[in-house]
Design a protein around this ligand. Sequence first.
Ligand code: NAP
Ligand code: MG
Length: 504
Amino acid sequence: MATKKKAVRSKPSGKKSNTIRLKFDTSWSYAPAPESKSAATIDKQYDLFINGTWQKPLSKKYFSTINPANEEKLAEVAEASEADVNKAVDAARTAYEDVWKKMPPKERAKYIFRIARIVQEKARELAIIETLDGGKPIRESRDFDVPTAANHFFYYAGWADKLEYAFPNRRTSPLGVAGQIIPWNFPLLMAAWKIAPALATGNTVVLKPAETTPLTALKLAEIIQEADLPPGVVNILTGAGATGAAIVNHPGINKIAFTGSTEVGKIIQRAIAGTNKKATLELGGKAANIIFEDAPLDQAVEGVINGIFFNQGHVCCAGSRLYVQESVAKEVIRKLKDRMESLLVGDPLDKNTDIGAINSKQQLDTIRKYISIGKKEGAEMYESSCRLPGKGFYCRPTLFTNVAQSNRIAQEEIFGPVLAIITFRTDDEVIEKANNSPYGLSAGVWTDKGSKIFNMTKRLRAGVVWANTFNKFDPASPFGGYKESGFGREGGLHGLLPYVQLTS
Ligand code: NAP
Ligand code: MG
């Protein structure tokens, strides 16, 4: 790798220290290593995937999806109206009654395995399209999103003919047609999280990807066609919030699986109140990452950096609140700032890039709004000194110190690369502060003591607690929240339950 990277010693702070501090000179740069766009095929226009075929929208409307890294248009996609939703739900109902629920589970499994294998075969293309459409670094789409999506299909394919072991001494039956609505931060992975368990348990699907990132879901539709899945078992409808609402309100839908904001989650809950529809809601978060003084600090700093800057902070479980024990706060903050300076922000298709583009102009505006709120609230801001590309939506990695627990930047989900740092002295104090949040999706604990890990994980009100690591996922482990982070679990054995009726 051609690099002009040089490390320079920073000035001594005046304090005696045994460690030599290395600070990176920000003038260094790597030679560009862009992934090739030519390995991906994106059509000019996409229709709706209904009943196993591509159908023109009855609405006759299309909208553009752009590349947030350079604001260029990538493709036009159909906007599904209520009438299109009706068509898709009818197709899913017929496929459910006539084919899918009757099919022997081990036959269903073969289709899901086939989808998993084709996702693997097309991994490179899917990763490129995910990065182009959503702005995330190619390293993440390539090493995390796409392989984890394939693994979810593999994992649930394995369960399809073993439901009697998943629910011993109980009989299971599918629910019917699942309406699934997903956000823009992990488009392909969220589609896999939703579709794989639904199919494994014998349900059929109508899925809507987010408006700004529809392309990998449409590629998945092509894969589903290639896998020869019976027509109507999976239908993919692109559109905006109104399309999502039409799915939620359709009387032919038996189950809603939604991942997105708490605000829309509440709208959905109100809409389905009084109906028979089952629901799982995976909503927002404001995760506390807690560093104790006995933690391996370099490892913890790396974990915090990964926790908040991974995928530009567009992560529901992002470690956006850092609680650091007072005795090590200065050192941790210094190390964080040094590390932030070495993060590469820029072209998401470049294999060296650590932080890519913010998903949309709207999201960038939200992040900027919170940065100015943080400053107005009296917190002290630090942002990396990196240069940003002239075009596209970018945000420097940013942290705030002197944050009060009541500050909005410590309470509200920002969904961007912005970290709020608060200090603490005792275990009880940090538990009180970490749990003082409307959300409860995830948390992290960094300490050398096993007993402290057990004590903290027991008392933290969060669906997932990572210890001495952060943002780790596996299809076999369940994921989901407490409080305003939603209800229901996805992943693992637990992820089967929301898709079945236990009948005896
Ligand atoms: P969002 O605005 O709630 O949108 C999520 C999805 O719902 C999109 O497909 C959206 O369509 C659709 N939608 C919008 N209004 C709707 C309505 N009234 N009825 C039905 N569907 C509707 O969330 P987002 O901004 O895309 O995603 C970010 C949020 O997702 C964050 O809060 C994040 O924490 C959360 N999230 C949670 C998890 C988890 O597992 N807990 C995982 C990932 C993300 P449009 O695309 O057209 O708006
Ligand atoms: Mg896009």
